[in-house]
Design a protein around this ligand. Sequence first.
Ligand code: BYC
Length: 316
Amino acid sequence: MIDDERLNAFEARIDAGEKIEPGDWMPDEYRRQLIRMISQHAHSEVVGMLPEGAWITRAPNLRQKLVLLAKVQDEAGHGQYLYHAAETLGATREELIEALLAGRAKYASVFNYPSLTWADMGAIGWLVDGAAILNQTMLARCSYGPYSRAMVRICAEESFHKKQGQEMVIRYARGTPAQRAMVQDAINRWWWPTLMMFGPHDSDSTNSPALLRWRIKTKTNDALRQEFVNELVPDLQAIDLSVPDAQLRRDAASGNWLIGPINWDEFWAVVRGNGPCNRERLEARRRAHAEGQWVREALAAYATRAAPREQAAVAG
Ligand code: BYC
């Protein structure tokens, strides 16, 4: 078949709601977009462990420590599923990780902000994981089979993360004046970075046309951001916490909560490596990678020695 016919057949499958699987023909641009997005997503999960990981040793009690440990460990697992999904498209894990450590790869901007108090664990769980769930519920319906299936599992775990964060925020909002002030401060600091996490406005979203055409995304950046704002504003108001946006107002006609302008200069500075913690985050990843070298070597040695034995067992 010539490429036009293949493309038509490929798009007809997508329009019919079929999943595209690893061995199937796909346009090079579809493959490139998926590797770009899935690898950025994997890096986000792994770098996203750092702001919360910093508080594991400072959790106020054993229960909180166990919950936070489980959550951070989940994020490592999400990175695993996603690197695997990217590998089904022909990318190698080594090249993807090398791009992250060299500072060439992107990951979610929100993780380049510091976690300053214990209440940040609540704000990250409710706001950041809450935003991620909206985005990932959409991606669970995406046209590429391995990515959509990874998302189903990840979303189930993210729901626990969101509830963990929500529970913390509610508890501190009902707590002492100092706890209320601490949690309000955390919401103030994480609100705008979370809104930026949905990506640039649709008019500046260069990848969206291809992603929407091939149903990798089925909703735009602005549509998802609006869903998030509509969900969070009443929930925060219900526990007497405010949103740090003097221009926030409810539009009676659409029912939407309309936000003030997002600081895109700040967003792009963070994306380009100049956020408050970009250098610290990459440094931590490089250190972890170097310290894990012996584990990778041991696994590779085991695989080399185990392979002939396993082949012999199968043949026998
Ligand atoms: N940060 O054309 P656009 C988690 C880049 S982790 C950095 O709109 P697209 C969690 C974008 O890459 C889950 N860069 O892009 C973990 C593009 O540059 P390139 C994180 C961003 O792809 C631990 C350029 O800007 N979720 O839940 O159509 C603890 C133009 O943008 C960002 C995902 O990764 C950003 N925020 O849409 C707690 C979801 N936004 O690549 C929680 C998967 C945009 O052309 N990703 N850029 O050089 C997506 O859904 C989409 O990629 C995005 C952006 C919505 C993020």
